[in-house]
Design a protein around this ligand. Structure first.
Ligand SMILES: NC(=O)NCCC(=O)O
Length: 384
């Protein structure tokens, strides 16, 4: 396996400097952002914890009639912290402890809303297609240990937390879902959003465990802004992003678990394009590290059976509606990325580009109704 590089930004900075580096960064990432300064104590939390901490200011133009609407959003990417052969409780508790420390650092850095990665409390065991012990990581949105753990942190720091977990709906047939729980600054659960599109690609054998959401595209009104959550594979579906935006989201999180060989060239494009097309901020969060499982599994591609999923490349980033974006977190290290966003930028971009005004939804609604009929035939004209 090729050695893992830390990231595109580090590689560029090793080879370029001065104006060339600034120009390459501008061309790749849009306007430069100022960096957020953190106190010595906050930096020490990251140093002592051995995780990356970086921050940026994504400002907007000053308006005469509206004050800036500043919100600090944090994306946290983590590894698993115990071997997958340890007990479920030991594995989950170790991740809780680790991510708890990262949440403390994010809060010390002034974060208002913190987003975690997809199924953050567990290894991404769906590749195995085994049920036990992995299904034991599933827990209740309202009373499960993870919500209880995070509710305390939410109250302590006056923060909103987006907690994507494997959900066990104990009130309805014990069914399992891939769910993001939205925990208010009050510590109460505002609601849940479930994964709308389930992958059937590579080792992502998730359809074995749960079905597509039936909850639509809920948007959550929080103290710090309106939030939607488009879970992982849903990012390949532009209409999924669009529906959260049409329901009023200003920030759309994309908690993910994805590996380099499959999706890395797509990663920097999709959430960023969604921010542009929908006049919203997007937050792509991917897990990091390599996860090894006790039993071999196959990928249905003729290759030998194997025990690891490949490298989860992290690279979490935040994109703005004007097409600019932050640098990524590392491809190999855990990290906390913070961006201070001025939500006024959403409307400023709507006014400037007018994608909402010109989206012709009525035309597409009619056409999509026709196309979704199995008897529909594509409208291709040919020379007679
Ligand atoms: N977790 C998940 O949906 N992964 C699918 C692979 C991808 O979308 O990159």
């Amino acid at each position: 396996m090729a050695a893992q590089i830390d990231g595109v930004e580090t590689a560029l900075a090793e080879k370029l400097e001065g104006v060339s580096l600034d120009e390459v960064k501008r061309i790749l990432y849009g306007r430069p952002y100022k960096t957020l300064e953190f106190s010595a104590e906050t930096q020490k939390l990251a140093q002592d914890g051995d995780f990356q901490l970086s921050g940026y200011i994504v400002d907007a133009q000053k308006e005469q009639t509206r004050a800036p609407r500043l919100v600090r959003v944090a994306a946290i990417q983590n590894k698993i912290h115990r071997p997958t052969t340890d007990s479920v409780v030991e594995q989950r508790d170790a991740i809780h402890q680790r991510v708890g420390a990262m949440i403390e650092a994010a809060a010390a850095a002034g974060a208002n809303v913190i987003g975690l990665q997809e199924a953050w409390t567990m290894p991404f065991a769906f590749c195995t297609r085994e049920r036990l012990p992995w299904t034991e990581f599933a827990e209740s949105v309202y009373t499960g240990p993870t919500t209880q753990f995070l509710s305390k942190l939410a109250v302590k720091h006056d923060i909103v937390i987006i907690s994507p977990i494997l959900e066990r709906d104990e009130e309805k047939d014990d069914v399992i879902w891939n769910t993001a729980v939205v925990i208010s600054h009050t510590g109460r659960v505002i609601g849940r959003s479930r994964k709308n599109h389930i992958p059937r690609v590579g080792d992502f054998n998730e359809s074995t465990y749960y079905m597509e959401s039936t909850l639509g595209h809920p948007v959550f009104e929080t103290k710090y802004g309106r939030i939607g959550i488009n879970i992982c594979y849903g990012r390949h579906h532009p209409q999924n992003w669009m529906m959260y935006a049409l329901n009023g989201a200003e920030i759309i999180f994309n908690p993910s678990a994805t590996v380099g060989t499959l999706s890395e060239p797509l990663w920097g494009i999709e959430a960023r394009n969604a921010a542009i097309a929908n006049h919203v901020f997007t937050v792509g969060i991917n897990r990091v590290g390599t996860e090894v499982f006790p039993n071999e599994f196959t990928s249905g591609n003729g290759q030998p059976a194997h025990k690891d999923f490949g490298h989860f490349y992290g690279s979490s980033y935040i994109a703005a509606p004007d097409g600019s974006r932050t640098p990524s977190l590392s491809r190999v290290r855990e990290g906390v990325l913070i961006a201070e966003l001025d939500l006024n930028l959403c409307r400023q971009c709507k006014d400037a580009w007018g994608f909402r005004m010109t989206n012709r939804l009525d035309m597409y609604a009619q056409k999509l109704t026709e196309v979704s009929n199995p008897d529909y035939r594509p409208d291709i004209r040919r020379e007679q």
